[in-house]
Design a binder for this molecule. Structure first.
Ligand SMILES: [Zn+2]
Length: 156
């Protein structure tokens, strides 16, 4: 579904604002993050084939959620297995690393040849996403907003 970052709602048709696409599978996570004051600026979810000839890994599923702000590592401490918090630096036109950094969480799972059928992959995806949903459900939205504010971060 399309989400408008300006109107802050899901929309049916692309309009003149910056919109992002949110996969159905990531909808719950997306809503939970927004409720907790995270500014999500992009989400992606894909499974791709690994280079041919790897002895036992066939495909990789990669999920990434990028934020429009830099969040201290402590805020997302103890993420579920396969999930990690990253810091990204943007690169300016002159190829210099700019001061602007932002956070993202991502999850990578390798699917062995013996477990890379459609159902296996669907299951693995679902498991990783529901682990993140559980993790987020333990974070109380109101309490988290105060933590953000105390850290000088404006909740989205
Ligand atoms: Zn809009």
């Amino acid at each position: 579904m399309l989400y408008c970052l300006n109107c802050r709602k899901f929309i049916n048709k692309k309009h003149n604002h910056k919109t992002i696409f949110v996969h159905n599978e990531l909808m719950v996570v997306f809503k939970m993050l927004m409720e907790r004051g995270f500014k999500v600026i992009s989400t992606s979810l894909e499974t791709y084939d690994l280079f041919l000839g790897h002895p036992y890994i066939d495909k990789i599923t990669h999920i990434q959620i990028e934020f429009g702000a830099l969040y201290p590592k402590a805020l997302l401490d103890g993420l579920p297995p396969n999930w990690a918090l990253y810091e990204y630096h943007t690169v300016d036109d002159d190829k210099c690393i700019s001061d602007y950094t932002y956070s993202a969480i991502s999850c990578s799972e390798r699917h062995p040849i013996t477990e890379s059928g459609k159902a296996d992959i669907r299951y693995a995806k679902r498991l990783n996403i529901s682990n993140l949903e559980c993790y987020l459900s333990d974070i109380d939205p109101a309490a988290f907003w105060s933590v953000l504010k105390l850290g000088g971060i404006e909740p989205y």
